[in-house]
Design a protein around this ligand. Structure first.
Ligand code: FES
Ligand code: FES
Length: 151
């Protein structure tokens, strides 16, 4: 099988995998990076949301070969050592998570939104497509606004 080299959370890694292996399985099964969650596998639920070269992407539908030479960031790579990212801090302050399953993807989507839009409107926040079966949308919105105010 071919090798693909890329960085994950700042560390260079090489995986031996078929070109069409979804990046989600390269991360979870080959590299043990399990923050990105599997929900649907068809780019609908967004539970797997992570960043590729700083932009939100969905590794369940991105072949590992498309990540060659790129920078992948998952929820595990968001904090700076012991210092949480401001969005993670806001999530804790607002007590956003319920079961927690969708939350890594929600946080990564929120960080991507705030990179592009410093003070998002309710409509811009609601345009995030990540599904939360526990219905934490109101607290997500409050946490994004609180993080935006601090960043
Ligand atoms: S697992 Fe549902 S969008 Fe990736
Ligand atoms: S917190 Fe349970 S699915 Fe979102």
């Amino acid at each position: 099988m071919p090798n693909y080299t890329f960085t994950v959370n700042g560390k260079t890694v090489t995986v031996d995998a078929p070109a069409d292996l979804p990046m989600l399985w390269a991360l979870r099964d080959k590299l043990g990076v399990r923050g990105p969650k599997y929900g649907c596998g068809i780019n609908v639920c967004k539970a797997c949301t992570s960043h590729l070269d700083g932009e939100a992407f969905n590794p369940c539908v991105t072949p590992v070969s498309d990540c060659s030479g790129k920078e992948v960031t998952t929820i595990e790579g968001l904090a700076d050592g012991e210092d949480l990212h401001p969005v993670q801090e806001a999530w804790l302050e607002q007590d956003v998570a319920q079961c927690g399953y969708c939350q890594p993807g929600q946080i990564m989507a929120a960080v991507a939104l705030l990179k592009k839009t410093k003070n998002p409107t309710d409509a811009e926040i609601d345009a995030i497509q990540n599904v939360c079966r526990c219905g934490t949308y109101f607290r997500i919105r409050e946490a994004i606004k609180s993080a935006a105010a601090k960043m």
